[in-house]
Design a protein around this ligand. Structure first.
Ligand SMILES: [Zn+2]
Length: 75
């Protein structure tokens, strides 16, 4: 278990991003399911990525509003 942990931990990020291929993904998924530490880390990584994506979305919307406002208020 502990050796698995050390071996698969480094793949967590790629695993969460869906960047691993079949065989390795299956093994990492198996480890995450059995390892509370990796399960928690994977969860945290997902949350961080989601909030980053949301933040980016908000920033883009704000930039759109700003562009619109500038177009409506020339000069
Ligand atoms: Zn682990």
């Amino acid at each position: 278990m502990r050796l698995d942990h050390l071996r698969y931990r480094r793949y967590l990020d790629a695993f969460v991003d869906g960047e691993l291929d079949g065989d390795l993904r299956g093994r990492v998924a198996g480890h995450v399911a059995a390892c509370p530490m990796c399960a928690r880390d994977a969860d945290v990584t997902v949350h961080v990525k989601h909030s980053l994506a949301r933040h980016r979305g908000l920033t883009e919307r704000a930039a759109d509003r700003m562009r619109l406002w500038i177009r409506r208020h020339p000069g």
